[in-house]
Design a protein around this ligand. Structure first.
Ligand code: ZN
Ligand code: MN
Length: 510
């Protein structure tokens, strides 16, 4: 049987974060009452003229630069004609034979961890259509979305598996959000994807392409692509031919359905839109946009791995959100230079753990604590002033207040007890109260050390320094045993003690 390998290309529509529409002053968000954000231009009334939104052009330049496209100084708008109730103009203003950008590539991490480059064919600006609201008895048009600016990004057919296509799309989404031109919400359709699929035979002859429309989650894309690859394989295996069709994906049925024969360019009857002049962009405009472009997320993740020894996983989680990774780097800067390397892991865990959880709980879009105070808290854990669990309590109180770590530690009475005399007295009490366990320990049940440490924590309301407590307990428990071992334990705990003091810069041990 002939072997076929899939070839996948993507067309992505990203809704641009401008306040007004692409060719009129109507708002892109806000009043959601149907047809409340419309005007003669976006409704296509005769005589209304489009005026291009300069901010949308700047956003396209940002994306084009980030993707390494060649940006053309003189692109043009065209009318793409089709008839549908959500398109009051009867045509969509888009770019056809002269798009704003061509070429370029996006680097992304393949599912196997390797970096790949996906070649970009073109990017262009266009307006969105409206929506149809289906009720039980009829369908109504809501034209609020008509004229909303979209950037269409078209890749070459370069993906060899659904997983590779999804990995690319995740990177593209993160990048578009990073450069601040799209909110990346697939759920709310501000990022939409069409995929075309064909099968190549062993002689490398390309097969007929089909297109799957409007995929709105990574999972759906993966399922739909697998389904369509299987469908084409089955058609070819039974001696049939794959037709050029457009498919719709039904996630609930886990199946696609053929919507219509695939349109060709001729079906759309493209003509230049003479209501709009050439879209001229100057070198100065491009340069001013380039100057404000941030470091891109994948490059940033790689730098974090290089500079701070983060795992790829941690670096990816952090860079998923630019605000979080900015905060992470600020947190590192707030740590004392000589402890920065040692506390990096702790910083990552606090951000990806406690901080993310707190933000999720409070459903807040901003970071509820400043980097300097969190840095101080990490130092207090590191120097043994407070336990990790006490630090969580301090952190909770720190969020949304302006109090610093030391004030909260004092106020909440969480200062860790690491004083030798106090801990030793406490340990002696505990051993005295549990003679049976002491006896068992000395007869080889070493696992009971955890039991004694647990009692120490309980007695001290969690404030006993666990490392010091453990050393002292070991020391006391060895008391009845070998004298040499006792001395060795004492020496070890003394050494640990002086290391700790030197690290904390206190030097208070005799
Ligand atoms: Zn309008
Ligand atoms: Mn389009």
């Amino acid at each position: 049987m002939m072997e076929y390998s899939p070839v996948i290309g993507l067309e992505i529509h990203a809704q641009l974060l401008t306040r007004s529409k692409l060719f009129c002053a109507c708002a892109t968000t806000g009043d959601d009452a149907p047809n409340s954000r419309t005007c003669p231009e976006c409704l296509g009334h005769p005589g209304a003229l489009p005026v291009l939104n300069a901010e949308a052009v700047r956003m396209a330049i940002r994306a084009g630069t980030a993707l390494g496209c060649t940006l053309h100084p003189d692109s043009r708008f065209a009318r793409k004609h089709y008839f549908y109730p959500d398109l009051p103009k009867g045509y969509q203003i888009t770019q056809y034979d002269r798009p704003i950008g061509t070429g370029g590539a996006l680097r992304f991490r393949m599912p196997d961890g390797n970096i790949a480059h996906a070649a970009i064919q073109r990017i262009h600006l266009e307006e969105d259509a409206g929506k149809l609201i289906h009720t039980e008895t009829d369908a109504r048009a809501d034209d609020n979305r008509c004229g909303t600016p979209l950037l269409e990004i078209v890749t070459y057919p370069v993906f060899i598996s659904p997983e590779a296509a999804v990995a690319f799309l995740q990177e593209l989404r993160r990048m578009l959000m990073y450069i601040g031109i799209c909110d990346g919400s697939m759920e709310h359709a501000s990022l939409r994807c069409d995929a075309n699929v064909s099968l190549r035979d062993t002689a490398n002859a390309p097969g007929q392409r089909t297109e799957i429309k409007n995929l709105n989650s990574f999972r759906h894309i993966e399922h739909a692509l697998h389904w369509e690859i299987d469908r084409q394989r089955t058609v070819l295996a039974s001696g049939g031919t794959v037709e050029a069709v457009t498919l719709l994906w039904d996630e609930n049925a886990n199946a696609g359905s053929i919507m219509r024969g695939k349109e060709s360019a001729a079906d759309y009857h493209y003509v230049d839109d003479l209501d709009l002049p050439e879209l001229v962009i100057t070198t100065e405009e491009i340069e001013s946009v380039v100057a404000t472009l941030p470091e891109l997320p994948l490059a940033r993740a790689e730098r974090l791995v290089q500079e701070h020894g983060l795992s790829h996983y941690d670096a990816d989680v952090l860079t998923a959100d630019r605000m979080m990774v900015d905060f992470f780097e600020e947190l590192l800067r707030c740590l004392p230079a000589d402890r920065r390397a040692a506390l990096t892991k702790s910083a990552v865990h606090w951000i990806n753990g406690e901080l993310l959880a707190a933000m999720k709980n409070q459903a807040c879009g901003t970071i509820p604590v400043d980097a300097a105070r969190l840095a101080h808290l990490l130092e207090r854990i590191d120097d043994g002033s407070i336990s990790h669990s006490a630090a969580k309590l301090v952190f909770e109180n720190m969020c949304g207040s302006s109090q610093d770590a030391d004030a909260l530690i004092a106020e909440l009475g969480l200062l860790q007890v690491s004083d030798e005399t106090t801990l030793r007295a406490l340990a002696e009490d505990i051993l005295e109260a549990h003679p049976a366990e002491v006896h068992a320990f000395q007869n080889g049940k070493q696992g009971l050390l955890g039991f004694f440490i647990q009692r120490m924590m309980e007695q001290s309301q969690g404030k006993a320094d666990p490392r010091r407590s453990s050393a002292i307990l070991r020391d006391l428990l060895a008391g009845a045993g070998d004298q040499e071992m006792k001395e060795a334990t004492a020496r070890r705990s003394e050494q640990e003690g002086s290391e700790r003091s030197a690290r904390a810069g206190e030097g208070d041990s005799p």
